[in-house]
Write a protein that binds this ligand. Sequence first.
Ligand code: BES
Ligand code: ZN
Length: 623
Amino acid sequence: MRRLALLLVLLTATLPALAQDRRADEHSYAQPDKVRITDLGLDLQVDFAKRQLAGTATLTLAWADEDQRDLVLDTRDLSIASVEARNGSRKWRAVDFELAPRDERFGSKLTITLPRQYEQVRIAYATSPQASGLQWLAPTMTAGGKTPFMFSQSQAIHARSWVPLQDTPSVRYTYTARVRTPADVMALMSADNDPAAARDGDYTFRMPQPISSYLMAIAAGDLVFKPISARAGVWAEPATVDKAVKEFEDTEKMIEVTESLYGPYRWERYDLLILPPSFPFGGMENPRLSFITPTVIAGDKSLVSLIAHELAHSWSGNLVTNASWKDMWLNEGFTSYVENRIVEALYGKERADMEFVNSRNGLKADLADIPAEQQVLMLPPRTGSDPEDALGSIAYDKGAWFLQFLEQRFGREAFDPFLRSWFDTHAFQSVSTEQFVAFLRSELIAKNPSAITEAELTEWLSSPGIPAFAPQTVSPRFAAVDAVREAWVKRRTAARELKTAEWTTQEWVYFLEGLPASLDPERLVELDQVFRFTGTANGEIAQRWYPLTVRSEYFEARPAMSLFLRKIGRRKLIMPTYEALVQTADGLAFASQIYLMAKPGYHPITSASVEALLAKAKAASAQ
Ligand code: BES
Ligand code: ZN
């Protein structure tokens, strides 16, 4: 025993990198081991003219360390008017606070000095018009054109830009809110939205299940509701709601399939909020109300796996939550796996396989640019880094691939109940990769120890790249696409003769990704004449087509491409085109021009990404 202890001491002393504590959240100033928020009460006024939320946040506290007096919170660009504290329902009394200078990545640490361990603290504050977690849209940027719109995007660390709180997924709390808006504006939150609420500018919300701060969400605008089923429906602008209900009519079936695999849906209602096209992501799993980009309303349900994904987070993520962002694969890898199971159950194995192959091709392409030490699931603390810089495909696609590997080795009859019990036994908890691995060992491996080896497990968790023994998904429908593409590339068959009538978005994506990096512009003209890619309303196709037109110097596509880049704010869809443009001096000038026009309509998250890319390209070309 003593020798072991000595060995451990030596190891810690000589190899600090290996002994780093993985439990802490390096992206938050909060000290949840000393004191935790258990409930949040918001009272906010939505002011479109000032682009500001203003009001109070009342935090109820649970103290864990009897010597602790300070309450340290995360904020970013908030102006704090006052801080008060009280016990029970006694009188509020003013207390001291100090707002630290702003850190570019993490914002300003707010230290509240309390004379004793008060039960509640109330902060009066206002947000900045530049709040990183909010977007304010002028009426012209909405479908209806008459009412302004605003929405939040809190993941990963933007909740602190609109609420002073412990902005770490390791802390969970319940919340209530009163939100006031102009009378003709509807407000919604990640809470108990009432489909029949009277639109009067004064709304109250309750979220009785404990959630993490990145799941705080608010939106306000000309929003109406239409049901899909008794517990599911769509909130959207009047011009969009019917199209969305039709596109997403399978949502109730998705909930039922997921319940049959992983246990009851625990959040009562599941609604979708369709945002304007500037929404920077595809979807965001805000509890009870997923936020969804309108770019997945393709007209043929071909992109509804996004709904399956956000819904799946109701189990993997919202119910069982990564305790810090380095363990994001526990949210996103699990969710990508569950998403694929939902797609398989509803739309069949062919479609599920095509989707797996397309995302894995994306992962394989990304691997070249991801440093080896970041290609692991068991990541070391990423001190000082912005959690948004983490390259997604490891957490999403390698994570899902690992679960598919376990599923195939242990069999669905063992793996499905295992995953269900992971969700059941860790419901409403924040968890780490270590906890998952311990659970995997005791609940799955111990019962069938020969199904995988220790070396295989370690390779999945701690080695870069994808193990050679990973299961390979092959898609016969993609084999057919390969044949069609080759016939056209080798000029054996003209575009108009190609057999593509039955193709879905997945096949088109695969077709485009397999084309040579650039082609003669006349060849793109030929494709365009038959398939009309330029100007397509399908964002997944546009995302692949426009970069190809740039690399091929097919300039006729520019006007439509420019419209696409100005209208859509979803980062994943537009960044590849910007990236292709900045490769040449002429393209960089064109991209800079488009960005100047697009910027007023972009979300701060999207602006930040495009600006960083342009700055890097300009610096490189100046050398
Ligand atoms: N939770 C994510 C979005 C996110 C991740 C926001 C990290 C901020 C930081 C959401 O569930 C998601 O994964 N969205 C994807 C959709 C998807 C089908 C992979 C997206 O937005 O593209
Ligand atoms: Zn996700």
